[in-house]
Design a protein around this ligand. Structure first.
Ligand code: ADP
Ligand code: MG
Length: 580
């Protein structure tokens, strides 16, 4: 049927009928489903797709490298709950986008990687086509679902399936393979319009079972030292009011994972962020809301969690298979976070007892102690800066401008910023996520500016910035209100390492000393600044945020200030032979 529909019409008949083609149908299918932005890199065979999408009123943001476009699409998905679209050329472009697709899937961000591909007949016989690669087979194990569309009449179904796969259940990445030949297939415009599908309710509510809700409340009621952990799934769910109500009604201390910061302000009296190790160790019942017990939470066991004492876990998650993935879950609540949290709230009623006062007092005491210990380090105004004094300046700026979006990556730059910079509103902190991947910064910053229209502050380690730095041209080209601060400590972790052999090469972890990253943005007409003290840094960032001009600030950090692998040095095996 599809075959018949796409046969090229006789020239005479063509003149009478209105025709459409694969390019147009892809655009129509996306628009019909409320998708109006594409992040990508043009080239064979998708150049005209980008042009036509722009002509059709879509926002088409062209990047310098597909990985950054893919990261942009992924974070657009996180911010909007609609799949972000990344568009690439075949083989190499596809592979560049694939890293971002796999990362999106790992982080439960909905995105669709759409790649053009070469002639099926030649690829499958391995006859050496232009950019030959069996992309569908390669994408499959790295994403939630992968589809290929061969006939223009199936584009509507293909796009609808891709959208549903990306946003339903646990969100994730989807690959959509569109061979070059598909784009120029012609079909009757009316039949084409009829073939399009608007996905109705693509992420349906998933209501938890009443018995699961009751079980969870029973466990929670039995707690002497309860804790709530909020993960980025909770931020993604956009059930902000319900989550806040649950936390406040329960009176339980909460700990936000890094991208869940701001769901409730970090300055909230129940925030246990500054008492993290104490609450993980000493709590007896822990309710996880959209957070996995993976490496970031020490798998829910061991010393971090106060072993040999065991805890009871309540876990709210849309993915049933997540339960018991690392430790036993005493009360699994499977469903979407909005529905689960509402059901729990209803079950709690208005006379839910506050947690024992000794527990709250213990948490608060530790919090105050840690905050007091940190305070003087954040206020030093010396040159060169260390991480604390530089971040102290940025912390004040975010406090004064709680609407800006903070993007953050690096090693020390990431770990310390996470603890030091308070976040006040939901989905205002975007970072390296589950993999701790480097290079998300510019893609995330660009998409955050495009999707929200809000100013963005990207705080980047000099190494992390190197993975995506060319996109400052993209920031300038689209005149985005992005201020990039590069924490320049001359290297990876530190800038002071030396080549142990004494040979002519520098150490493997150092970069050019005294580099001026600010010059990069000046090449594209943006504003560059070089700062050496917290006061200068504050002034330069405020100026950038006031003007909305693309800005890159080179913040000179003491090359000796960093520590190896930041806070996760324990994951970096070190040879006993090296120290000989
Ligand atoms: P963090 O790293 O912040 O701890 P994770 O990425 O580990 O967060 O966990 C996010 C969890 O949230 C995943 O297990 C995912 O299945 C879940 N999740 C995502 N969206 C929803 C939703 N709308 N409702 C329920 N759970 C969700
Ligand atoms: Mg560095």
């Amino acid at each position: 049927m599809a075959e018949a529909a796409v046969k090229t019409a006789e020239p005479a008949a063509q003149a009478e009928r209105e025709l459409t083609d694969g390019f147009q149908l892809v655009i129509d299918a996306l628009k019909l489903n409320g998708i109006n932005t594409i992040y990508g890199v043009p080239g064979i065979p998708v150049t005209d797709l980008g042009r036509m999408a722009q002509a059709a009123g879509m926002r088409v943001i062209s990047f310098r490298h597909e990985q950054n476009a893919g990261n942009a699409a992924a974070i657009a998905g996180f911010l909007t709950k609609n799949p972000g679209i990344c568009l690439t050329v075949s083989a190499p472009g596809f592979l560049n986008g694939l890293t971002a697709l796999a990362n999106a899937t790992t982080n439960c961000f909905p995105m669709i990687l759409i790649s053009g591909s070469s002639e099926r007949e030649i690829v499958d016989l391995q006859q050496g086509d232009y950019e030959e690669m069996d992309q569908l087979a390669i994408a499959k194990p790295l994403c939630k679902a992968a589809f290929r569309v061969l006939h223009a009449a199936d584009i509507g179904i293909g796009v609808a399936r891709a959208i549903r796969a990306a946003v339903s259940g646990r969100p994730g990445g989807v690959y959509l393979d569109l061979p070059a030949k598909l784009f120029s297939q012609v079909m009757d415009a009316e039949a084409g319009a009829k073939s399009l599908v608007k996905a109705i309710d693509p992420a349906p509510a998933q209501i938890p079972a009443p018995i699961a809700v009751k079980r969870a409340l029973d466990v929670l009621r039995s707690a002497r030292r309860p804790l709530i952990i909020l993960g980025k799934g909770a931020a993604y769910a956009q059930a902000d009011d319900e989550i806040r109500a649950l936390v406040e009604t329960s009176g339980i201390p909460f700990l936000p994972m890094s991208m869940a910061k701001g769901l409730l302000p970090d300055t909230h009296p129940q925030s246990a962020g500054a008492a993290r190790s104490t609450v993980l160790k000493d709590s007896d019942v822990v309710m996880l809301i959209g957070a996995r017990l993976n490496w970031l939470l020490s798998h829910g066991k061991g010393k971090t969690w106060g072993a040999p004492y065991s805890k009871k876990f309540i876990q709210i998650d849309i993915e049933p298979k997540e339960m018991d993935s690392n430790v036993e879950i005493a009360a699994p609540v499977v469903g979407d976070i909005g529905s689960c949290v509402s059901a729990l709230l209803e079950g709690m009623g208005s006379d839910w007892p506050s947690p024992p006062a000794e527990w709250i007092a213990a948490v608060n005491a530790r919090k105050e102690e840690n905050i007091a210990k940190m305070a003087p380090r954040l206020m030093k105004n010396t040159a060169p800066m260390d991480f604390h004094s530089a971040l102290g300046a940025l912390r004040t700026i975010v406090k004064e401008r709680p609407d800006i979006i903070l993007v953050n990556e690096g090693a020390n730059t990431l770990d310390l910023a996470r603890g030091i910079i308070d976040i006040y509103k939901p989905r205002k902190r975007l970072d390296v996520g589950t993999w701790g991947v480097m290079g998300i910064g510019m893609g995330f910053a660009i998409a955050a500016a495009i999707e929200t229209g809000k100013p963005v502050l990207a705080v980047e380690g000099d190494s992390a910035f190197g993975f995506c730095g060319m996109e400052v041209e993209t920031i300038c080209r689209y005149r985005l209100p992005v201020c990039v601060v590069v924490f320049n400590n001359d290297g990876i972790y530190r800038g002071t390492d030396v080549n142990p052999s004494g040979g002519p090469d520098v150490a493997t972890t150092v970069f050019v000393k005294g580099a001026r990253y600010d010059k990069i943005i000046e090449a594209f007409g943006g504003v560059g600044a070089n700062v050496t003290t917290p006061d200068e840094l504050k002034r330069a960032v405020n100026e950038a945020l006031d003007s909305g001009k693309p800005t890159l600030i080179n913040a000179v950090i003491d090359p000796a200030a960093g520590s190896e692998s930041g806070r996760i040095g324990n994951l970096n095996p070190q040879s006993m032979l090296r120290k000989k």
